[in-house]
Design a protein around this ligand. Structure first.
Ligand code: GDP
Ligand code: MG
Length: 195
């Protein structure tokens, strides 16, 4: 069975059962803490590591209104030289975390570039603005909320992966926004999946 709607894929064994896979992309400048945020969400641990290169992929099963769905998290490397990969990276995405770093103002000024890239390469998906490294913040995040409102983003959340602050909230928020988008598109199939 071919995936005929964003978010739905065949179970892969030839059976007619379809499974909901919500593709979530995470973008923002290199070093803002994307990989660390994802790792904190998936494992509950803080990863004190060097910057990651390339794009990674991880999944987590979550439950939405009695339906088990797979959240597929795509971690993008922010380096300029990988931006040519954006169209394929974005393909089929149902939601986006757009991250900037509260310790480095340029990462905030680059949000416009990331937003343009995402919007050029996706349907009208929910985009959640996330400020990282609240524990080490060097400037206030008031601008974040304003930016989210001005650019019609789905919301704004301040986080610290180091302290585990608002990490789960970020993924819960974007997952339910994505889920709502999916069921709006495909309401009938969802009811047949409910357990
Ligand atoms: N103080 C602090 N540092 C963080 C936090 N999250 C990530 N970092 C550090 O920021 C650096 C870059 O993180 P990384 O996840 O590789 O960034 P990415 O390039 O966006 O994936 C690493 O040295 C992390 O340890 C945080 O919440 N607080
Ligand atoms: Mg990374």
């Amino acid at each position: 069975m071919q995936p005929n709607l964003i978010g739905w894929v065949s179970s892969g064994d030839g059976s007619p059962t379809r499974k909901a896979v919500l593709k979530l992309i995470v973008v923002g400048d290199g070093g803002v803490g994307k990989t660390t945020l994802i790792h904190r969400y998936l494992t509950g641990n803080y990863l004190d590591q060097r910057m990651t290169v390339g794009s990674g992929f991880a999944t987590r099963d979550i439950e939405m209104e009695g339906v088990v769905i797979t959240l597929a998290i795509w971690d993008f490397a922010g380096e300029e030289r990988f931006r040519f990969l954006m169209p394929s990276y974005c393909r089929g995405a149902l939601g986006c975390i757009l991250a900037f770093d509260l310790t480095r103002p340029p990462t905030f000024y680059h949000l416009d570039d990331w937003l343009t890239l995402v919007r050029e390469n996706t349907a009208d998906i929910p985009i959640l603005l996330v400020a990282t490294k609240r524990d080490a913040a060097k400037y206030p995040s008031d601008e974040g909320l304003r930016y989210a409102q001005t650019n019609s983003l789905a919301g704004f959340i301040e986080t610290s992966s180091k302290e585990g602050y608002n990490v789960i909230e970020v993924f819960d928020t974007i997952s339910s926004l994505m889920w709502n988008r999916l069921i709006t598109a495909d309401a009938q199939q969802v009811s047949s999946l409910a357990v």
